[in-house]
Design a protein around this ligand. Structure first.
Ligand SMILES: Nc1nc2c(ncn2[C@@H]2O[C@H](COP(=O)(O)OP(=O)(O)OP(=O)(O)O)[C@@H](O)[C@H]2O)c(=O)[nH]1
Ligand SMILES: [Mg+2]
Length: 619
């Protein structure tokens, strides 16, 4: 569990962390010199009956709010610090707003420097603070007066923190692993080490991870939690991870470590966005914003549904960021903007993997089932990658399984489609085949590969539907061609007389028939037409395609094969010269004919080119 400080500069956050943990988290020389916190500080806090919490100490200076956001992201509990002598100040309010935007739900307020004020003043400040926190997540938080100098109230604060910690719900450890990186450094002998708060899942030592935005594949060669080597780290823990496979230059605050292939960096997000009440100007598409998500911070613009967002408004929006981010649906984020830069609002990601051209949702999804429905309808025939759904819907694997079991999605080869898409594909196949049959009335059907590429639908989808329709008797698959079941090849009157003439000429030619081209020439017909009619006659069994463009009559083939097989009495092979004796063909006709016999199985050819008798010709 992670506890994060918040509060105005100099109000005593770091002093209080030291009073609670004994650790001085201001380590940098510059922090010592200036007496302020500049970067995030970390310390373990042991609480009776709760265990050890990770504490993240943040800077209060208004120039370092971005660092505060990186520290506050992923905390479970807030420790809001207000100095009793100064009371509520600008960053008290800004940090409070950030905690609310990040979805932090609980915490404790510490009135520090209580040693500097009298009871009357303390009571006034207490009222002041109560009013300031009233509307937010710390509305009911205990307010404990403390002094880091005298130690007054520190024990009460520990008790209050322990009580609050006990009410924090646990995080999903059986989920996708993700850890936004808040620090990276090298340790001699260990190499690159990153630290962060584990947002979800569990990481085992030696597991393989992806590091974004670099996209590097890395291995967690060593793990530490609270400074101790461990075998695994879980959601809600501070972790230090020694990485193999990445140089320090590729990783820093803003990077994110994830496991599994559901994650993808993206530049377009959909979100529900809210502006704070006290923002000076509305936020429109031209407003330059900084989006803080996890520990990353990138330039962003947003287009809210229905025009610019006015102060206090809350609407769906599309957000486009300058650099890719790794987000998950359900993530909270903070938006900063204006000049000087201030926190203007924030929101919740509603589609972490929105299509490039996605617009804001027209309305908020009521449930994950509803969201899935939106995704499927929008994707239409392109479908949605099922592997991405844990990220795109923000669901753990078990929840996703439940959802998919009840959702009416059509699943083919790892993609999901709206159920209505099946009919769309059926109709496309039917109409495409009908067009094909009209254009090629003598063909058995359209080549299957042609149909696959023609429909502009993923090939596995075409195959799945084709096979279903074959089983249902609506389509016929015939040697790699597909046709509508109701289709039969039909000859026009002209083609019928052409067919008669073809058979007559081929019968007359016997064992030395002309090619399709030669026939077309002598008949004064078009080559494609002669070819189609010949193919049809071959399908009907009258002709045999011994070569692609040379047909024999069935009778001629039978006679030749009979002579050939009758001659091949021995068991040893025959060379072409010997076989020629049996059938009496010239070389030009002999070789293609023998190859036809090999294909048809009447002869079997060995490596040396010798043939022996194969399948008997059926009489
Ligand atoms: N008298 C008194 N002084 C305190 C107390 N807590 C902090 N201080 C003093 O207040 C000053 C600021 O304290 P820090 O703990 O650095 O304040 P901070 O909130 O961490 O400041 P930033 O991190 O820069 O925002 C220091 O000089 C502390 O010694 C307290 O309880 N009583
Ligand atoms: Mg400090």
């Amino acid at each position: 569990m992670i506890l994060g400080t918040a509060g105005h500069i100099d109000h005593g956050k770091t002093s209080l962390v030291r009073a609670l943990t004994g650790v001085d988290t201001d380590r940098l020389p510059e922090e010592k010199r200036r007496g302020i916190t500049i970067d995030l500080g970390f310390a373990p806090l042991a609480l009776d009956g709760v265990g050890t919490l990770g504490v993240v100490d943040v800077p209060g200076h208004e120039a370092f709010v971005r660092t505060m956001v990186a520290g506050a992201t992923g905390i479970d509990l807030a420790l809001l610090v207000v100095a009793a002598d100064e009371g509520v100040m600008p960053q008290t309010r800004e940090h409070l707003a950030i905690l609310r935007l990040l979805g932090v739900r609980a915490g404790v307020v510490a009135l520090t420097k209580a040693d500097l004020v009298d009871d009357e003043w303390l009571a006034l400040v207490r009222d002041d603070v109560r009013t300031a926190v009233a509307a937010g997540p710390l509305g009911d938080a205990p307010i404990v007066a403390v002094s880091s100098v005298t130690g007054q109230g520190i024990e009460d604060l520990r008790l209050a923190l322990a009580a609050a910690a006990r009410r924090v719900p646990g995080r999903a450890t059986e989920d996708l692993f993700r850890m936004p990186v808040d620090r990276a450094f090298t340790i001699r002998g260990t190499g690159t080490v990153v630290t962060g708060t584990v947002w979800s899942g569990t990481l085992r030592r030696d597991a393989t991870l992806r590091l974004f935005p670099s996209g590097d594949t890395v291995r967690a060669r060593g793990l530490q939690a609270h400074g101790r080597a461990v075998e695994r780290v879980h959601a809600g823990e501070r972790a230090a991870i020694a990485l193999a496979g990445v140089e320090l230059a590729h990783v820093g605050r803003g990077a994110v470590l994830v496991a599994g292939d559901a994650w993808r960096p993206t530049t377009v997000l959909r979100a529900d966005v809210a502006l704070l009440d006290d923002v000076a100007r509305p936020v429109g598409p031209r407003s330059q914003l900084r989006l803080h998500l996890g520990t990353s911070e990138v330039g962003a613009r947003l287009v809210a549904k229905g025009g610019a967002l006015a102060p206090g408004e809350h609407r769906p929006a599309r957000i486009v960021v300058d650099e890719p981010v790794v987000a998950r649906t359900g993530d909270r984020f903070v938006l900063r903007g204006g000049s000087p830069l201030g926190t203007v609002g924030g929101g919740v990601v509603t589609d972490a993997l929105a299509p490039q051209r996605a617009r804001a949702w027209a309305e908020r999804a009521d449930s994950v089932a509803d969201a899935l429905d939106h995704f499927l309808r929008e994707a239409a025939l392109a479908g949605v990658d099922a592997a991405e759904l844990p990220v795109r819907l923000g669901l753990g694997e078990a929840e996703l399984e439940d959802l998919l079991a009840s959702a009416k999605a059509w699943r083919v080869a790892g993609r999901l489609y709206a159920p209505t898409m099946r009919n769309v594909v059926v109709e496309r196949i039917r109409s495409t085949l009908a067009d094909y049959h009209a254009a090629h009335p003598l063909d058995t059907g359209a080549p299957r590969q042609w149909l696959r590429t023609r429909l502009r639908v993923a090939e596995p989808v075409v195959d799945a539907v084709t096979e279903e329709l074959v089983v249902a008797g609506q389509l016929v698959l015939d040697q790699g061609d597909v046709r509508l079941a109701e289709f039969t090849a039909t000859l026009s009157d002209r083609q019928r007389s052409l067919a008669t003439e073809l058979v007559a000429r081929l019968t007359a030619a016997g064992a030395v028939p002309p090619t399709v081209e030669e026939l077309a020439g002598s008949l004064g017909a078009a080559v494609p037409e002669v070819a189609s009619v010949s193919r049809l006659l071959a399908r009907q069994g009258d002709l045999v395609a011994v070569e692609p463009n040379r047909y024999f009559t069935r009778t001629a083939v039978t006679e030749l094969v009979t002579r050939l097989q009758a001659g091949m009495s021995g068991v040893e092979g025959y060379g072409p010269a010997e076989l020629r004796e049996f059938v009496g063909l010239s070389r030009k006709f002999l070789i293609p004919f023998l190859e036809y016999c090999d294909r048809a199985g009447y002869t079997v050819r060995n490596d040396l080119g010798k043939r022996r008798r194969g399948t008997e010709l059926a009489k």
